[in-house]
Design a binder for this molecule. Structure first.
Ligand code: ZN
Length: 466
């Protein structure tokens, strides 16, 4: 009798939670609410105005927003092969310092590039050792690797990335129209999404030659060499191919409202396409590029102020589905050439880009943070089919979150950067946003504005294929 009684008590006793996040304002795409999170074994098991279950530890979030862990679908961490450009350890920590809990690494800047299953496994193993946040890996689509795509899918690639213009990496050639079309046909059969860097190579070459014939190689000439029509021509072609092949298409780093409009129109015609823009297109304009120089060089280039503001409108209208960092650093010596055309094109924004987006919304946080929670987390997880675990603060999901507060303005300094090289277009910029904590599966990676001890090792994520 006694033993039975004891078992009965144990069965009804609630399990002690690992952690309760107290007193914060929880952000979801539906709005901001005063709520608490109860966490057990790395999952959110309670989300309620008050969590009363017993708990081992508590985290005080009073006066802060509890924002979903950011899922950055677009980074170049350059490992293996070019670890001295960034590397998985530096890159993942800088992401966590900026509120990120998950990244998707692009296939091209590593050596070997991820063009088959074997290369994906090599990178996976490294990231499992080096990354402090969870991750997924892109495979590449290049001329001649069609018969490797099934292997990449089976190895867990999150999608395939193709360049419609020169990638800047010799071992990752651009796709010609035929190989893109064939690749998308194959990808559609395999249930793989294809992401494109959409710039028309021939047009870019033509405008570049025009600038160089004039003897111009400054930042303004670079901007003039890649006008919006270079992007639009390539987006049109990719949309046409997506419509014909039925392949899921993700247009990365759309830099112009005109590009977003093309994608919105195609979506209305039931083309399976999503638009990504990047934090720098929402934060910087062409005048900033002329002023900042090399740290603000990227392709497609940063546009004028009118377009920057129009992109914010498109984002608030729900026409931009995701925002990534396109974090693409290089060693300092590749950022110093006198000829702007020869400087490495890539912006290192993984740490400050997303928090500066929040900063832009500080005055309208309760309206705008939910929109950011959609484009930085929920929509990304959904599009790439990891939403059974990621992207949303909800019961049953991984306990990935970041605590954010708005304080007095502070100037971003090079010393604040956790990237390998302390180069960023945001150094010198005023920022009210503080990312005080970032937790991955219930474990702190970033705490009290510094690196947390005992950080978790990153877990590999693959899309759920239904
Ligand atoms: Zn990129």
């Amino acid at each position: 009798m006694k033993r039975r009684g004891k078992n009965l008590v144990e069965a009804t006793e609630p399990e002690v939670l690992d952690l309760v996040v107290r007193g914060g304002r929880v952000v979801t795409p539906d709005g901001v609410q005063a709520a608490e999170l109860g966490i057990l074994h790395g999952k959110i098991v309670r989300l309620a105005p008050e969590v009363t279950d017993p708990t081992h530890t508590e985290l005080d979030a009073a006066g802060r927003y509890v924002f979903p862990g950011i899922v950055d679908a677009h980074v170049h961490f350059n490992e293996p092969g070019r670890t001295e450009w960034e590397g998985l350890a530096h890159g993942s920590l800088a992401l966590a310092a900026g509120g990120g809990t998950c990244f998707f690494d692009m296939p091209l800047n590593s050596e070997p590039p991820v063009l088959d299953a074997a290369a994906l496994r090599v990178k996976r193993e490294l990231a499992e050792q080096q990354s402090c946040v969870d991750f997924a890996l892109w495979g590449g689509l290049v001329p001649g690797n069609l018969d490797k795509l099934a292997g990449l899918r089976d190895a867990g690639a999150i999608g395939l990335k193709a360049f419609m213009s020169n990638s800047g990496i010799d071992s990752f050639p651009r796709v010609d129209a035929k190989s893109l079309y064939e690749g998308m046909k194959r990808a559609a059969k395999l249930g793989l999404l294809v992401a494109v860097h959409a710039e028309d190579d021939a047009l870019a070459a033509k405008f570049t030659a025009e600038q160089q014939a004039k003897g111009r190689h400054d930042a303004k000439a670079w901007l003039a060499s890649r006008p919006v029509e270079v992007e639009l021509g390539a987006i049109r072609q990719a949309l046409e191919f997506a419509g014909e092949t039925g392949c899921a298409l993700h247009v990365v780093h759309v830099s112009s409202p005109e590009g977003v409009a093309l994608i919105t129109e195609a979506r209305a015609q039931r083309v399976d396409v999503t638009a990504e823009t990047c934090s720098h297109y929402l934060l910087l304009n062409d005048k900033d590029v002329a002023k900042l120089g090399a740290p603000a060089k990227c392709a497609p280039p940063i546009r004028d102020e009118k377009r920057r503001l129009a992109l914010w409108q498109e984002l608030r209208a729900g026409h931009i589905q995701t925002v990534g960092s396109d974090h693409s650093p290089s060693p300092p010596e590749m950022k110093t050439a006198k000829n702007f055309f020869e400087i490495w094109g890539g912006i290192a924004g993984v740490q400050h880009g997303f928090q500066l987006l929040m900063n832009e919304c500080a005055a309208t946080a309760d309206q705008d943070l939910p929109r950011l929670a959609a484009v930085l987390a929920r929509n990304v997880a959904r599009r790439f089919r990891i939403d059974d675990r990621k992207g949303l603060l909800a019961e049953g999901r991984d306990a990935d979150f970041t605590l954010v507060e708005f304080g007095p303005k502070r100037t971003i300094k090079a010393d604040d950067l956790w990237t390998r090289h302390r180069i960023s277009p945001y150094v010198g910029r005023a920022n009210r946003t503080r990312v005080t904590h970032t937790y991955v599966r219930g474990c702190p990676v970033w705490a009290d504005g510094g690196v947390a001890s005992g950080s978790p090792k990153g877990q590999f994520l693959r899309p759920t294929h239904t």
